[in-house]
Design a protein around this ligand. Structure first.
Ligand SMILES: NC(=O)c1ccc[n+]([C@@H]2O[C@H](COP(=O)([O-])OP(=O)(O)OC[C@H]3O[C@@H](n4cnc5c(N)ncnc54)[C@H](O)[C@@H]3O)[C@@H](O)[C@H]2O)c1
Length: 333
């Protein structure tokens, strides 16, 4: 492709509004249009970017000259929009999770492969400076054989309340760590044993813990919570550890090393994900979208193939089934 990439953004909530700003600011992309059923959100992004605003994403997909779309709809709506975008011949940046079930993910992949199009999944940890360094440190030459892995992602109860039944702790947060575990551990998860707790009435899980097994013999644990009070510094805590026969690597994002203190208390800041720096969104989200733009224009492969992103979805299905049944569940691929 030549010239700037002509992009549309579908869904302008918490994340889509940020995608729109990054595409608008990137020198190699042109934000042509945005779509959301919420007219106020459309008006706000149109004001900020000058893009064309629409209510119906199918009208956006029909715009002449549009080359790519970013889909930032609630998880359960990814399938319909991604298939429509593939059929319209768009290069697609689809927010994680690829889909809310393995069956839906398979239908998206089939539509993309039928149309010969491009698909990248928004697995932001692949662009996070900390997770990428743990991946590098966990190379087989450095680490030896993985023995155990641990991932934690905890956030506040207001996130769960905002999303309600439109998402789940596994789709919205869990997919990040399941993808990271298989990527950094260089092995697929084969079996899971999960338990969940629902006490706050948000319409989704308050917490889910799991023990997991990998193809290469490693064991691991997942620790997810949406139950923290809203005063949690930075709004979330995440951690990742991998311990091997020769070495180990670990990260902890509970404290990002930045705090703002007033008489009312202390709040944290975002140093890595999507901080606003000199009037622009920077960090992992800007790097991820920049990679999508330049790789799509150049026709080069995306950092993660969508088939690898797909591998997380059957694990989420197994985790959900195990949490429901109270039994260990094999991952069916
Ligand atoms: N990579 C990350 O770190 C990260 C962070 C947050 C969210 N996400 C992902 O981004 C996606 C969106 O999450 P969010 O937090 O922005 O959700 P959100 O609920 O804040 O926003 C969703 C938006 O979609 C709009 N919408 C709903 N149905 C629509 C339709 N049929 N047509 C057009 N618009 C419609 C809603 O009005 C809303 O503005 C999810 O897939 C989520 O998993 C990823």
């Amino acid at each position: 492709m030549t010239g700037r990439l002509k992009v549309g953004v579908i869904g302008l909530g918490f994340f889509g509004s940020r995608h729109a700003r990054v595409f608008h600011d990137h020198p190699a992309s042109e934000l042509i249009a945005v779509a959301d059923v919420d007219a106020a959100r459309v008006a706000e992004t149109v004001r900020a970017t000058g893009a064309k605003g629409l209510a119906d994403y199918r009208a956006l997909l029909a715009l002449p000259g549009l080359q790519a779309v970013s889909i930032c709809l609630p998880d359960r709506l990814h399938e319909e929009a991604a298939i429509a975008a593939a059929q319209a011949g768009m290069a697609i940046l689809l927010e994680k999770p690829l889909a809310h079930t393995a069956e839906a993910a398979r239908r998206i992949v089939a539509a993309v492969e039928q149309s010969g199009g491009c698909l990248m999944i928004g697995h932001i940890l692949r662009f996070d400076t900390r997770y990428v360094q743990v991946f590098n440190a966990a190379s087989p030459e450095n680490l030896g054989q993985p023995i155990h892995l641990r991932a934690k992602r905890n956030a506040t109860r207001s996130v769960a309340q905002r999303l309600g039944a439109s998402s789940s702790i596994l789709f919205y947060m869990g997919v990040h760590d399941v993808d990271a575990m298989q990527w950094i551990g260089r092995s697929k998860i084969t079996k899971v044993y999960a338990q969940k707790r629902e006490a706050l009435g948000a319409g989704n899980e308050d917490a889910l813990y799991a023990v997991i097994n990998f193809e290469n013999g490693a064991i691991g644990s997942l620790d997810y919570s949406w139950a923290w009070p809203d005063g949690l510094m930075n709004g979330f805590r995440s951690a990742f550890e991998i311990v091997g026969t020769r070495s180990a690597a670990a990260l902890d994002v509970s404290d990002q090393g930045l705090s703002f203190v007033t008489d009312a208390g202390t709040i944290g800041g975002d140093t890595h994900l999507w901080p606003e720096i000199n009037g622009r969104i920077a960090g992992g989200l800007a790097d991820e979208i920049g990679h999508f733009v330049t790789a799509t224009l150049a026709g080069t492969p995306y950092r993660q193939h969508y088939r690898e992103a797909f591998d997380a979805i059957p694990v989420l299905d197994a985790l959900a089934e195990s949490a429901r049944s109270g039994q260990p569940v094999p991952v069916l691929r």
